[in-house]
Design a protein around this ligand. Structure first.
Ligand SMILES: Nc1ncnc2c1ncn2[C@@H]1O[C@H](COP(=O)(O)OP(=O)(O)OP(=O)(O)O)[C@@H](O)[C@H]1O
Ligand SMILES: [Mg+2]
Length: 276
C-alpha cells in the first residue's frame, strides 16, 4: 500500500518511479534510468540543465554525474543555485532545458533548511512518514522509536515536536529521513542556525549515515555555507556561481589553492574570501 502527501509537507521522502512525469511547460526532459543488474548504479546524470523562474535563470547548463557513496557538498554565495539544484535532484524543480536522468531504483529523502514539524508528538512525526509509505501504524510506531533512538531523541518521543529546540528539530528531521532508509539524502544547509554543540551532533549523524555498513551507506548531498563543515564531511565539492557549476573537485583538490585557481578563479576567490 502507498499513501501520498506532498514532499513539501512531509518534508522528507519521495520514491522515484519510472513513470515520473513532472508538470510544467518545460522544454527540458526528465528521465529515469534503470539500475544496472539490480544494484544501484549512477544516481543522477544532468546534461546541460537550465532551471529558469520566469526571466531568472537559477541554474545554467549544469553538467553533473553523481555516483553512490561519496558525500557531495554544494557551496556558493546566496542565490547561486544550491537550493535549486537540490530541489531539481529531488524532483521539486524541473529543467527548462537540458536533461536529467535519475536512477529508477533509488529512494531519496530531502531535508529542507527549516524542517516542517507536524503539530503532534515527536514519535508521530516520524511514524507518519512510515505510515504514508505503507507501514501499519503499529509497525510505524516501533520503527519510529528505533529511529529516534538513533538520533538520541527517544527520551522526548511523547513531547509535541513544535516545542523542541532548533537542534532537536533538526535531529528529528534526520530521524524522519533515516527511518525511511533512503539511498540518497539531500540536505539544504542542515546546520544553518544551530549552536556549535547542536551543529556537531548533526554533523556526526551525517557522517554516521554516510558510512553505515549494515544496509549500505546513504549517499549524502548537502548545501553549506560552512567551509569547515565541508572539509569535515565532504569527499567532493561543487562550487556554484550565478547558476553555473564552475568547479567540481575532490575535497583535497578543492582546498588546494593552486589547484582550485587552475580550475576556477571565481571559486578560488570565493574560498579565499570565506576563509579571511
Ligand atoms: N521559486 C522561485 N521563484 C523565483 N525565483 C527563484 C525561485 N527559487 C529560486 N529562485 C531564484 O533562483 C536563484 C537561485 O536561488 P537558490 O535558492 O537556489 O540559491 P541558493 O544558492 O540556495 O541561495 P542561499 O544561499 O541564499 O540559500 C536566486 O536568484 C533566486 O532568487
Ligand atoms: Mg538555499
Amino acid at each position: 500500500m502507498s499513501r501520498s502527501i506532498s514532499p513539501e509537507v512531509n518534508g522528507t521522502v519521495r520514491r522515484v518511479q519510472v513513470s515520473d512525469e513532472l508538470p510544467g511547460r518545460s522544454q527540458g526532459q526528465y528521465h529515469n534510468a534503470s539500475p544496472a543488474g539490480g544494484r544501484i548504479g549512477e544516481l543522477f546524470q544532468l546534461q546541460r540543465v537550465d532551471v529558469c523562474f520566469g526571466h531568472r535563470t537559477a541554474l545554467s547548463k549544469v553538467e553533473l554525474r553523481v555516483e553512490p557513496g561519496p558525500t557531495v557538498a554544494l557551496i556558493g554565495a546566496n542565490g547561486s543555485g544550491k537550493s535549486t539544484l537540490l530541489r531539481l535532484l529531488h524532483g521539486l524543480a524541473v529543467p527548462s532545458a537540458g536533461r536529467i536522468q535519475r536512477n529508477g531504483a533509488m529512494r531519496q529523502a530531502m531535508l529542507f533548511q527549516r524542517p516542517h514539524m507536524l503539530r503532534t508528538s515527536v514519535r508521530n512525526n516520524v511514524a507518519l512518514g512510515l505510515w504514508l509509505r505503507g507501514a501499519s501504524w503499529r509497525d510505524a510506531k516501533v520503527q519510529a522509536m528505533r529511529a529516534l533512538g538513533r538520533v538520541g531523541l527517544d527520551n522526548v518521543a511523547e513531547q509535541n515536536a513544535r516545542t523542541l529546540s532548533g537542534g532537536q528539530q533538526q535531529r528529528l528531521a534526520l530521524a524522519r529521513a533515516w527511518a525511511l532508509q533512503p539511498d540518497v539524502l539531500l540536505l539544504d544547509e542542515p546546520t544553518a542556525s544551530l549552536d556549535p554543540h547542536a551543529k556537531r551532533e548533526v554533523e556526526s549523524l551525517m557522517a554516521e549515515f554516510s558510512s553505515e555498513q549494515a544496509r549500505g551507506a546513504m549517499t549524502i548531498i548537502f548545501a553549506s555555507h560552512n567551509l569547515g563543515q565541508v572539509k569535515r564531511l565532504a569527499s567532493r565539492v561543487l562550487y556554484l556561481e550565478r547558476g553555473r557549476l564552475l568547479a567540481d573537485l575532490p575535497v583535497s583538490e578543492f582546498f588546494n589553492a593552486n589547484r582550485l585557481q587552475q580550475v576556477s578563479t571565481a571559486a578560488h576567490l570565493f574560498v579565499k574570501g570565506e576563509l579571511e
